[in-house]
Each structure stands twice: as structure tokens, then as C-alpha cells.
Design a protein around this ligand. Sequence first.
Ligand code: URA
Length: 188
Amino acid sequence: MQAGACTACELYRHATQTVFGEGPITASVVLLGEQPGDHEDRAGRPFVGPAGAVLDRALADAQLDRRAIYVSNVVKHFKFVRSGKVRLHQKPNAAELRACRPWWEAELAAIQPHVVCCLGATAAQAVLGSRVRVTRDRGRFVPLPFGPMATVTIHPSAVLRADDRHRTVLYDGLVADLSAVAAHVSDT
Ligand code: URA
């Protein structure tokens, strides 16, 4: 696959591999995260690490079957800095997001889902523009110029980062937003 050899930005130099999306071509829902994390970079698959575990649980609680969903990221290489033995996630910059845009646009063009759900601010802003705000705009559905409806929710890693007091509220909000996605596709 061409994305596997992509050198459109510098991120390929240090990442283990390109992590492309996965799921059925017939999916009516596409989930877009930010970029592969440490686990995903090693495995070559999206959302298979701790954030993926939160996502899997939230999808099940929202009555969505991950096997019927296409899961991907707006950036296909892991961006990190080393700190001793750990590789710490770094946010992709505007040029990196721009360089990767043709890949997720091609994924959406091939799949033609009913709904694209952006997980977190980076994916939301990549798809819907810099003015979108997850806390204000979550749960709303807006049409994209190229067909599907788009909606936004928090990134599952926000649940992992939250303290005990906020974790349940954040998780329940994620499930509520994913349940709205489930309701939306069942209506179409
Ligand atoms: N975070 C993301 O945004 N995507 C992944 O695939 C894993 C963690």
C-alpha cells in the first residue's frame, strides 16, 4: 500500500511503521483518532493499546460493534520524543496534519460512511476546521462537503488521564456520544 511508503512529512523517519485504518469497507461509521500511540506503532494497528481498551468498552456500552466500524487516525505515524526507555506522544503539527490529509480523505472516499466520529480535538479540527470545540460541539451532527455527517467526542485517552473524580463522567460522556452515533446510523 502506498501509505506504507509515505514520506510526505518527517514522521516516517522515527516511527516503526505506517498505521493505516482497519475495518470493513462497508462500514457505516468511521472513527478517527489523532495518531497511533506506542502500542499501535509496534502492532501496526489503530487503537490496540490502553486508549483502544477504553474505546472498545465504550463502543460495547454504546451498542456499537467495533468489527462493523472502520477505525483510523488523521495522522498515520507515531510522533514521539524519547524519555529514557519510554516514547512520549507529541501532538502533530499543522504541516504533518496537512501531509496526512489525503490518506484519511481517501479512506472516507472509499468507505463512504454515514457518520464520521472524530475522537478528540486534533481529529475534530483536522476534519471540521480550527473553530470546532469538542466540549461545545460534541453530540452535534454536521454534513461534510463530501457526503457523510461528522460529529465529535472526547479522545478515549482523556478518560485514562482523568483523576478518579472525573473519570466516570468523562467515560459516560464518551458512551453517550457514541450512543448518539449508533442512533444516527440506525435512523439512516
Ligand atoms: N490514540 C489515537 O489517537 N489513535 C490510536 O490509534 C491510538 C491512540
